[in-house]
Design a protein around this ligand. Structure first.
Ligand code: ADP
Ligand code: MG
Length: 308
């Protein structure tokens, strides 16, 4: 398949009770990419993922998965996608092998085409193949969820916050597997996260979603270029007569007589900021810097760009 693995147009979801979780999302996800859906808690990431997975019914809009319209070809569109959900939803009385077999059965994968052993190996659960799920550690259960998402050999793998609250080892194992599936099988990967670094490290392209709307969508490198916002916060020896001004540096007073100078680290250096202060005769008693966090980035993006 060339072009887009997923195409979403005008997607809306209002939950019973009136919560508008998605407010008209348009989004295309290129085939073969590792695509990050980034956003704070409550942004609507899981809602979007669960609609793709067929677990949540959309209110309106159009969703194409692997070229199949979700409403007109529900079976084909479901078969194209495997989802590792955010919540652990395993039956405690199944063993890993049993859980994979049942899942394969649900997707109508014939016995001869099942790859339970291969999947167990990949997720590192060969030793636990026949242990009850309730005896598995949290990390093992997560790995099993990944395995379940793969039983029907989907073209598209979706991981909803796969690393929230997991240890470093599991995180690395997950990323290794995900990269491998992407590289060796050309699987399109979609992952949601609220960790900026994670999206940065893993994804070719990123959409940022906030309050049910896509506020930015770009290649990771283009987006990161906009994320260089830094702030230097100064405690001056004496309150200045006026705030120093310079191109590329915006300054404001903060409570307690602090001066906050914001600049883009890609264009302006800390030295430029210090020189500005020096030139304005402001002596520094104390200084600290603030990196833009995701919150700032959202604010910045929602201010400077119309919702896509
Ligand atoms: P995210 O995954 O980005 O944290 P969600 O998609 O889980 O966000 O939630 C988006 C919004 O929809 C939140 O305000 C959440 O409380 C609400 N929400 C999610 N699921 C339901 C539901 N089943 N019923 C009502 N509201 C929901
Ligand atoms: Mg979520």
């Amino acid at each position: 398949m060339t072009g887009d693995a997923i195409r979403i147009e005008g997607l809306r979801k209002t939950y019973a009770g009136g919560k508008e979780a998605l407010k008209g999302v348009d989004l295309s996800i290129p085939t073969g990419s590792i695509f990050g859906l980034l956003g704070p808690n409550g942004a609507g990431k899981s809602t979007l993922i669960n609609i793709l997975a067929g677990l949540v019914l959309k209110t309106s809009g159009k969703v194409d998965i692997w070229g199949w319209d979700q409403d007109r070809n529900p079976r084909q569109s479901r078969a194209a996608i495997g989802v590792m959900p955010q919540e652990l939803n395993l039956d405690p009385f199944f063993t890993p092998r049993g859980a994979l077999e049942v899942q394969a059965g649900l997707y109508g994968v014939p016995k001869a085409e099942r790859r339970s052993d291969e999947i167990l190996r990949m997720i590192g659960l060969e030793d636990k193949a026949d242990a009850y799920a309730r005896t598995l550690s949290g990390g093992m259960r997560r790995r099993l969820l990944l395995g379940k998402a793969l039983v029907h050999h989907p073209h598209i793998l979706v991981l909803d916050e796969p690393t929230a609250g997991v240890d470093i080892e599991l995180r690395q194992m997950l990323w290794k597997n995900v990269r491998k599936l992407n590289r060796e099988r050309g699987m399109t990967i979609i992952l949601t996260t609220h960790y900026l670094e994670e999206a940065e490290e893993m994804c070719d392209e990123i959409a940022i979603i906030n309050q049910g709307a896509v506020v930015a969508r770009d290649s990771t490198s283009n987006l990161l270029g906009q994320l260089d916002a830094k702030t230097m916060v100064i405690t001056p020896e004496a309150p200045p007569m006026e705030l120093p001004q310079a191109a590329g540096i915006s300054s404001e007073m903060r409570d307690g007589g602090l001066i906050a100078l914001s600049y883009n680290a890609g264009e302006t250096s800390a030295e430029d900021v210090l020189a500005l202060l020096h030139g304005a005769g402001i002596r520094i008693r104390d200084v600290r810097t603030e990196q833009a966090d995701l919150e700032d980035v959202f604010l910045e993006l929602t201010r400077s760009r119309p919702a896509a």
